[in-house]
Design a protein around this ligand. Structure first.
Ligand code: FA5
Length: 340
């Protein structure tokens, strides 16, 4: 500092003031304490604000230089305060991180393993079915749960005005798509993608706006099946249906076959199973309607096929003697643990 400003400093003791306020900033160790200090130094009645006011009593020739020096001190103090506040905030965040830190690599204590989950009975039977069908030359396919109207209805010979749509109360999405009401949508996707001869099964979740009861859920599982080849006929269909049931139940079941109506098969059948004193619709099926084949570009004079839509949730009910379909999605551990 030059001789003149030294004079000014000594006149107003600015040097001492600078040292003492910077020392206060250096020792304040929380963000709150520093904010408090900011008010005490730079606020309306703050120490430096007061010092600025007092400059008015100095002789004119000293006032200007002392004012400049005091402004420099104020800027220096403001910077020091901001830096200290930032570093206190960083220290606080680091401390919080340290106290919340969890070592995810530590081994899990043994008792937790005793409550490991298990496969849901629906998953277990679905996988069994997939294996059975794989062993018979079928390929397992998948399809979207949010489906286009075309795949769920139109391509299956169910136009907008068709009464069959009333049989499947549909849940629509706001963008004009729908939650698939049946796995039959996968038939169309498979016919589009694969060349005949083909054998596919497509398990999956279906959704309907239903009146719920012991055998009707809003969300349930089906497994679609389809075989397209030359000279496929009803005896082939019946052979595969019987084989499926024999493999799953391991014994003869009381079943009945009756005519059934589905616009995408001709002829169509309903296969019902005797369960807890009544007939339960389980396995509708039929020969693929020529129009479905033709709309996917397959020559129906060369190729025929059968299709079925197994009610997978209901099959699991009959297999394990579960008397209410709503248990499947109840998340009731007393129910689920029976299949552990
Ligand atoms: C169909 O969904 C046809 N797509 C089946 C089909 C496929 C026919 C291929 C011909 C050829 P349906 O609506 O009947 O058909 O349903 C088939 C099966 O799904 C029923 O037999 C029943 O076992 C099961 N199911 C239907 N609705 C429900 C529901 N709300 N809750 C539980 N299971 C259901």
């Amino acid at each position: 500092m030059d001789t003149d400003s030294s004079r000014v400093e000594s006149a107003t003791n600015l040097s001492g003031l600078r040292g003492s306020v910077l020392a206060l900033v250096a020792v304040a160790d929380t963000e709150e304490a520093l904010e408090q200090l900011r008010t005490e130094l730079l606020g309306k009645k703050g120490q430096l604000t007061q010092a600025m006011k007092e400059l008015g009593s100095l002789p004119v020739e000293q006032r200007k230089e002392a004012g400049q020096a005091l402004n420099l001190i104020k800027t220096e103090v403001e910077q020091a305060l901001s830096q200290r506040i930032a570093s206190c905030a960083a220290e606080r965040r680091e401390a919080a991180l340290q106290s919340e830190w969890i070592d995810v690599t530590l081994p899990v204590s043994a008792p937790l393993f005793t409550s490991t989950g298990t496969q849901h009975c629906l998953t277990r039977v679905r996988r069994e079915l997939e294996e059975i069908f794989r062993s018979m030359g079928f390929r397992v396919v998948d399809g979207p749960e949010v489906e286009k109207e075309y795949y769920n209805f139109e391509a299956l010979n169910i136009p907008a005005t068709h009464p069959a749509r009333d049989m499947q109360d549909t849940i629509w999405t706001t963008d004009g798509n729908l939650l698939r009401t049946h796995t039959s949508a996968m038939q169309v996707r498979a016919l589009e993608r694969l060349e005949p001869p083909l054998r596919i099964v497509g398990p999956g979740r279906c959704f309907r706006y239903e009146r719920l009861d012991a055998s009707h859920e809003h969300t349930f599982y089906q497994m679609e099946g389809m075989m397209i080849d030359r000279d496929v006929s009803i005896p082939n269909l019946i052979y595969f249906m019987k084989r499926l049931l024999r493999e799953i139940f391991g014994s003869e079941q009381k079943i009945r076959l009756r005519p059934g109506y589905f616009p995408f098969v001709e002829p169509g059948f309903e296969l019902d199973i005797w369960f807890q004193g009544r007939w339960l619709e389980l396995l509708p099926c039929g020969l693929v309607h020529p129009r479905v084949l033709e709309s996917s570009g397959i020559d129906s004079s060369q190729w025929q096929g059968f299709a079925f839509g197994l009610g997978l949730s209901r099959l699991v009910m009959t297999r394990y003697q579960i008397d209410d379909i709503r248990y499947f999605q109840s998340c009731d551990l007393r129910f689920l643990k029976q299949f552990a």
